[in-house]
Design a protein around this ligand. Structure first.
Ligand SMILES: Nc1ncnc2c1ncn2[C@@H]1O[C@H](COP(=O)(O)OP(=O)(O)OP(=O)(O)O)[C@@H](O)[C@H]1O
Length: 227
């Protein structure tokens, strides 16, 4: 899937007569196989941009396209179905269901997408092995460390084999070793063909991605192409 963001502006109404502009005329193209990091300080607009890209937020101005589908013209049902099918999302907070085991949490998107768990059994096994979480599947989310939760979130985001992984601050609050693991997992996934968009204030992501955008006060202020 090709994603195009054209002249995106997002304003939040703060009070009756006051607005906060969190994105200002942002343009971004995401092509198949890209690995893009969006790097900026807290409050710069990264999450707003990710959520707009995912069709979870409607821009005040501008247009988002997923291939030829204009999100402003498509129905919510269509946008939701396409998002579930094509995107894997790692949110800032893990959003696990506390009463389900880690393994069942990871498998849940299959049920939502109407994909048989049996058909994905082998993929589930190798995915968890690759992420080194196979020994954690019987536990409950509250029993995991921060790094383990992140890796379980990545497994859950990938279980339905999406085309694009979108991750919001995947290394936030992680120690150096766990952060390194995440950089390498993402790099490896991209080398296998997965398109990745990461929003982060962790500038070390730049060493691993292919393209990096800097964002400040809702504006793209820089762009670097690495390889
Ligand atoms: N629902 C909302 N209502 C009003 N203002 C909002 C809302 N969501 C975000 N903002 C504001 O928009 C700006 C950008 O927020 P955003 O969460 O996109 O930044 P961020 O770069 O992801 O920050 P962080 O790294 O801390 O998550 C901030 O000033 C924030 O206060």
């Amino acid at each position: 899937m090709q994603i195009r963001l054209i002249n995106i502006t997002k304003e939040y109404k703060v009070t009756e007569d006051k607005k906060l502009t969190s994105l200002k005329r942002v343009n971004l193209d995401i092509n198949e196989g890209d690995y893009i990091s969006l790097v900026g300080p807290s409050g710069s607009g990264k999450t707003t941009l990710l959520h707009t890209t995912l069709g979870l937020l409607r821009p005040s101005e501008g247009e988002v396209f997923w291939n030829k589908v204009s999100l402003s013209l498509a129905t919510d049902t269509t946008v939701c179905a396409l998002r579930r099918r094509f995107f894997g999302i790692v949110f800032q907070e893990s959003q696990f269901i506390d009463d389900l085991s880690v393994g069942d949490n990871i498998l849940l998107p299959l049920l939502i997408n109407g994909i048989s768990v049996r058909a994905k059994k082998e993929y589930f096994r190798t995915l968890c092995e690759k992420l080194k979480i196979s020994h954690l599947l019987h536990l409950y989310p509250y029993q995991l460390s921060g790094g383990e939760r992140k890796k379980a979130s990545i497994a859950r985001a990938l279980i339905h084999s999406p085309e694009i992984l979108v991750a919001d601050e995947p290394t936030a609050n992680l120690d150096e070793k766990s952060a390194q693991e995440i950089y390498h997992i993402f790099q490896n996934l991209n080398q296998l063909g997965l398109t990745i968009l990461v929003a982060t204030h962790d500038i070390r992501f730049r060493e691993y991605c292919r393209e990096s955008y800097s964002i400040q006060n809702g504006e793209i202020t820089g762009f670097t192409h690495f390889r």
